[in-house]
Write a protein that binds this ligand. Structure first.
Ligand code: GLU
Length: 303
């Protein structure tokens, strides 16, 4: 399949819609300044073939896509014990909601809502320097150095009142072991990692290779752990729109409010799309359209 022409076609099809609809995330001031009219797409196949088009090498804030990598570290380090304090069900609530946490006694529904990722990060902070380990993992997975955007991290720390509330609320139930401020510092930095589409298409490669590192060939996760991450991406990876994503796209995806979405075609390839204007569910509007075009044109889907 000529993936390069296909991605260029998708860019050409969507270009007229750039900047037309949706809104850049504005609850984090540093993200509100990102121009809306950007679109990039990249993929990497299991045998190492790469294709990319549009703004595919422009770095953006990966935001909630980092939850995927925090979960990967958590599963690798802790195996089944990770699930003692985190569920695996879709929440049906906004990603930063406090409501369920009260009735479910501080146990977040899944690792891809903010409370769940904060709980995973707390476990990581108990084990090692979670910020440094995240950068090491991301850099190794994409084969290039990755850095945090300190301005974004500071902006989130200054305005992340809900995340601060979520972390304190879990702490009140005895579900957070470390200092809330240390856990949030790591969480905000993870969200503020700056990567481009091509780097993310590479970095997620272990998810289409049954857990095998895309460059070194070593087993990063077991085959069953990699499958479970894909299952969680399908059911919980795209906020309140996971059902719509499964219906329209049919691939495990993880999105972030920076406008990025990563998607996995098991045993074939991983891809990443980025366009900062979001729809009302917090997912990239053109990113979702691009994935829909991609699966329609290639027939690739897990169903
Ligand atoms: N850093 C963002 C927050 O905690 C992540 C949100 C997202 O991308 O879903 O609100």
């Amino acid at each position: 399949m000529d993936f390069q022409s296909l991605l260029e076609d998708i860019v050409a099809t969507l270009r007229p819609e750039l900047g037309e609809a949706g809104h850049v995330a504005n609850y984090i001031p540093a993200l509100a300044r990102v121009p809306a009219a950007r679109f990039g797409i990249a993929l990497r196949t299991c045998d190492g073939h790469e294709a990319h088009a549009g703004d595919s090498t422009t770095a953006f804030s990966i935001q909630s896509i980092s939850k995927l990598f925090a979960l990967t570290m958590g599963m690798r380090e802790m195996g089944e014990t990770l699930w003692e304090r985190i569920g695996r069900e879709p929440s049906g609530n906004p990603f930063n909601s406090l409501v369920q946490l009260e009735s479910e006694r501080g146990i977040p529904r899944n690792p891809f809502i903010n409370a769940g990722a904060i709980a995973v990060t707390d476990r990581l902070v108990s084990l090692f320097d979670a910020k440094a380990e995240m950068l090491t993992l991301l850099s190794s997975l994409c084969g290039e150095p990755v850095q945090f955007d300190e301005e974004v991290a500071a902006s989130e720390a200054a305005t992340g009142f809900r995340n601060i509330a979520l972390a304190n609320f879990m702490k009140s139930f005895g579900r957070i072991d470390n200092d809330v401020s240390a856990v949030l510092d790591a969480y905000f930095h993870h969200c503020a990692a700056a990567m481009n589409c091509l780097q993310l298409a590479r970095a997620t490669g272990f998810l289409c290779r049954d857990g095998v590192h895309p460059f070194t060939g070593h087993q990063l996760l077991t085959e069953s752990q990699a499958r479970r991450i894909n299952a969680l991406m399908l059911t919980c990876g795209t906020y309140d729109a996971a059902g719509e994503f499964a219906f329209r796209i049919g691939l495990p995806c993880k999105s972030g409010v920076g406008g990025g979405i990563v998607a996995v075609v098991p045993d074939r390839l991983t891809l990443c799309v980025w366009s900062p204007a979001l729809d009302s569910t917090g997912n990239s509007l053109l990113g979702m359209k691009a994935l829909e075009l991609f699966t329609a044109k290639t027939g690739l889907s897990i169903f």
